[in-house]
Design a protein around this ligand. Structure first.
Ligand code: SAH
Ligand code: SF4
Length: 362
C-alpha cells in the first residue's frame, strides 16, 4: 500500500475489520511507522504520557492445568514447584509500597480448591492492612467461580487479568488439551463473571501461535473491542522446550516477525480502544532487547517490574529466555531513562486505573 492509502484508512473515525487486516499486513518500515505515529497520538490524547507501575508477584507455579504452550503446565516435571510464603508476599508488597508503585499484580498457576481461595483472600487482607489500603491489587489466578471472584473482589482485588489466549474457538482448542478444564466457553464465561463481579477486566492473546493467521488476529482485536475490555496484556508467543506445542515449532513465523506483529497489534489496539490500559509485556523482551521500551513508546502505558524473590524466578518460566536479568529497581531506572527520550514518564504514587473502566461505569 502507498502512504496516502494508509493515511486514508488511519484517518477514518471507525476502523472496520477489513481496514485492520490491511493495516496488519503492513510489514514495510515506513508503512508501520505511519501506524505507530497514529497510535502515539491517540495514546497521548487519551491516556497521556504516564507509565504506571505494577509490581509483579509470581505467587506460585503450582498449576492444575496443562495448556500446551506453557512452561509451568502440570505435566512439566522439569521444574521445581514453589509457593511463596506470606512473608515473601508481604515483603514484596512492602517494597512496592515504599517505592511508590501504588499497584501490585499477583499471578499464579491455576488452582481453585478452597485452601487456595482462602489463602488468596487472606493475602489480600494482609497486603491492604500492611500498606494502609494504598495499593491497587490485580489478580491473575486463572478461571474461578463467580463466587470466588466476588470473594476476592470484596477482599480488595479490583482488577483481574485473564487472557482469552485466542478468541477463535478452534485455534483455542488446538493449543489446549481436549477436556472440560480447558474449555473455550468456560473461559468466556469466566470473563463475563469478572465483569459481573465489578472488576476492571484485563484480557489478551498470544501473537504468533502455530496455525494463527492475520484474520485470527483481526478477530482478536475485534473481540477485545466488542467485549469492551478495560486492560490488555498481549505479547508474542515464545517457545518453551518442555511443552507439547514445541513440536510444532517449524510452523512458526520468526521471532523477529512475531515481534513486529506484536508491536503493530498493540498500536492497532490503541487506535481502536483509545483509553484502555495496555501493558508492555515481559515476553517482548524475551525476543527483542528493547521490546518493552518500544511498546511503551508506541502504544502501552503500563510496566510490570518483577518483584518475585530472586530464588524463585527460574521456576516461573512460562517460556524460554524469560528475562530475569533486571532487578525491579534497575528496570525502572532503565525504562525511566529511555522513556524520557520519547516524552513519557513513570507516574510514581499513582494507581493508574483504566480510564476506560471509569468511562464504562459512568
Ligand atoms: N495461570 C494464569 C496466569 C499465569 S499464565 C492463567 O493462565 O491465566 C499467564 C499468561 O502467560 C497466560 O495467559 C499466557 O498468555 C502466557 N503464556 C504462557 N505460556 C506462554 C508462552 N509460551 N509464550 C507466551 N506467553 C505465554
Ligand atoms: Fe497453568 Fe496458566 Fe500456564 Fe495454563 S497458562 S498451564 S493455566 S499457568
Amino acid at each position: 500500500m502507498n502512504s496516502s492509502d494508509i493515511l486514508e484508512i488511519l484517518n477514518k473515525d471507525e476502523l472496520a475489520k477489513e481496514d485492520l487486516l490491511l493495516l496488519l499486513s503492513c510489514y514495510d518500515k515506513d508503512e508501520r511507522e505511519l501506524i505507530f505515529e497514529k497510535s502515539k497520538a491517540k495514546k497521548k490524547h487519551h491516556v497521556g504520557d504516564k507509565i504506571y507501575l505494577r509490581g509483579l508477584i509470581e505467587y506460585s507455579n503450582v498449576c492444575a492445568k496443562n495448556c500446551l504452550y506453557c512452561g509451568i503446565r502440570a505435566h512439566n516435571h522439569q521444574i521445581q514447584r514453589y509457593t511463596l510464603t506470606v512473608e515473601d508476599v508481604l515483603q514484596s508488597a512492602q517494597y512496592a509500597y515504599e517505592n511508590r508503585y501504588a499497584s501490585l499484580v499477583i499471578q499464579s498457576g491455576e488452582v481453585s480448591n478452597p485452601h487456595f481461595v482462602d489463602t488468596i483472600t487472606d493475602l489480600l487482607n494482609k497486603i491492604h492492612r500492611l500498606t494502609n489500603h494504598q495499593l491497587r491489587v490485580t489478580l491473575s489466578c486463572g478461571e474461578q467461580s463467580l463466587e470466588t471472584y466476588q470473594k476476592w473482589h470484596d477482599a480488595g482485588a479490583h482488577r483481574y487479568l485473564l487472557r482469552i489466549e485466542s478468541s477463535d474457538k478452534s485455534l483455542f482448542k488446538s493449543i489446549h488439551p481436549q477436556n472440560k478444564t480447558h474449555d473455550f466457553d468456560i473461559r468466556l464465561k469466566a470473563l463475563h463473571d469478572l465483569k459481573k463481579a465489578g472488576y476492571q477486566v484485563g484480557s489478551g492473546i498470544m501473537i504468533g501461535l502455530p496455525g494463527q493467521t492475520l484474520e485470527h488476529l483481526v478477530n482478536d482485536l475485534w473481540f477485545l473491542k466488542e467485549f469492551d475490555i478495560d486492560m490488555v496484556g498481549m505479547g508474542p508467543y515464545v517457545e518453551h522446550i518442555d511443552t507439547p506445542i514445541f513440536e510444532r515449532r517449524h510452523e512458526l513465523i520468526s521471532q523477529q516477525k512475531r515481534y513486529q506483529l506484536s508491536l503493530t497489534m498493540m498500536a492497532l489496539l490503541r487506535i481502536l480502544m483509545k483509553d484502555i490500559n495496555i501493558a508492555s509485556t515481559t515476553a517482548l523482551d524475551a525476543i527483542h532487547p528493547t521490546g518493552r521500551i518500544e511498546a511503551l513508546n508506541i502504544a502501552s502505558n503500563v510496566l510490570m517490574p518483577n518483584l518475585t524473590p530472586v530464588k524463585y524466578l527460574e521456576n516461573y518460566h512460562l517460556y524460554n529466555n524469560k528475562p530475569d536479568t533486571f532487578h525491579a529497581d534497575s528496570l525502572v531506572q532503565h525504562i525511566e531513562k529511555n522513556a524520557t527520550i520519547h516524552g513519557s514518564r513513570i507516574a510514581l504514587g499513582e494507581q493508574g486505573d483504566s480510564a476506560h473502566y471509569w468511562r464504562r461505569k459512568t
